[in-house]
Design a protein around this ligand. Structure first.
Ligand code: G3H
Ligand code: 13P
Ligand code: ZN
Length: 316
């Protein structure tokens, strides 16, 4: 069942965070739904602009509709990840997406507000939720590259004004994370004081943490042992997820870790089965491993076991 992120946040706020997981293909979609249903977790399915271009946006929509039928218990939002204005409108007009992210964080404060407000007006007219971003993460977001040194953390005073003037439903805050597998050059420094200060200014307002993959070291070691080269890859400490959730972070974005599961499974499988050229046996291993990974993240986020309560609250 597809619901809006706004609805999901109502039940999660200050209690647990929803996992927001990106999908690009059928194997990821199947593993994602299975992992969430197995762990009884509501979730957010994210589609990036890159994912929409990888095969075809209609292919993704078809796969998600099929998965919804295969897993009728699932409760999830369909969310555009890091949208520009044009892609947001395409998703809003499609009638399929229940939530969009407008990422105008690279614009000036005033321009970010103006763009976000235009998207909010059009989205709210048809019941679609809107996530916006203020501040800039380090690392690379699709075609926007932000030098780690120049990454700007979110200013809590600006955040309150931004939310008020743009009318967005949730806000992605820059607190020291970055996208990808190489997050911290020195020691991990997440700025929870920023989340705390924003929550004080806008109590009850859902916040979002991007760049939250943990880059499990065991996964990195297995990838490297099977011919990969990911030396120095590092991520967010998973023990930070629940404390963030208790400060109003309702959505935690995890994409890179899923790619690491894919890489480990495929590198090891092809190394150990040099004569195999059928993609289905390894695809099956990946779907099972990805489902296990998703369930394990939901345990850490606190969303595991919440599905029945959410269904009951939704009257379904
Ligand atoms: O924030 C970026 C997400 O991990 C999506 O990545 O744009 O390569 O699909 P992508
Ligand atoms: P990771 O690269 O840490 O998985 O972050 C994903 C993300 O923020 C997607 O928007
Ligand atoms: Zn992101």
């Amino acid at each position: 069942m597809i619901v809006t992120t706004k609805e999901l946040f109502k039940y999660a706020y200050d209690n647990y965070a929803l996992g927001a997981y990106n999908i690009n293909n059928a194997e990821q979609t199947m593993g994602l739904f299975k992992g969430n249903v197995d762990s009884k977790a509501p979730f957010i399915l994210q589609i990036s602009r890159g994912a929409r271009k990888y095969t075809d946006k209609r292919m993704l929509e078809g796969m998600i509709r099929a998965a919804d039928g295969i897993f009728p218990e699932a409760v999830f939002a369909v969310h555009l990840d890091h949208g520009d204005e044009e892609t947001c409108y395409d998703c809003i007009d499609s009638g399929f997406y229940s939530s969009v992210m407008i990422d105008a964080s690279h614009e000036s404060f005033e321009e970010n507000i103006a763009i976000t407000k235009r998207v909010v007006d059009r989205a709210h007219a048809v019941g679609v939720s809107v996530e916006a971003e203020l501040g800039q993460l380090g690392g690379v977001e699709e075609d926007i590259s932000v030098d780690e040194d120049k990454a700007h953390l979110t200013d809590p005073d600006q955040a309150a004004e931004f939310i008020e003037r743009s009318g967005c439903d949730s806000l992605a805050c820059a607190i020291g994370t970055s996208h990808g597998a190489f997050k911290f050059s020195g020691s991990q420094s997440l700025h929870f004081e920023i989340i705390e200060a924003i929550q004080q200014r806008v109590p009850g307002f859902p916040l979002v943490m991007h760049g939250s993959s943990s880059v499990p070291q065991e996964e990195v070691e297995r990838i490297n042992a099977a011919g990969g080269d990911l030396k120095g890859a590092r991520g967010v400490d998973v023990s930070q997820y629940l404390p963030a959730a208790k400060m109003g972070v309702c959505k935690i974005n995890i994409d890179t870790d899923g790619r690491l599961v894919w890489t480990r499974v495929h590198r090891e499988y092809l190394r150990d089965h040099p004569g195999v050229f059928d993609f289905r046996p390894v695809g099956k291993v990946f779907m099972a491993e990805y489902a296990k990974f998703i369930a394990s993240r939901n345990e850490l986020l606190g969303s595991a076991g919440q599905l029945d309560a959410v269904r009951a609250a939704l009257g379904k």
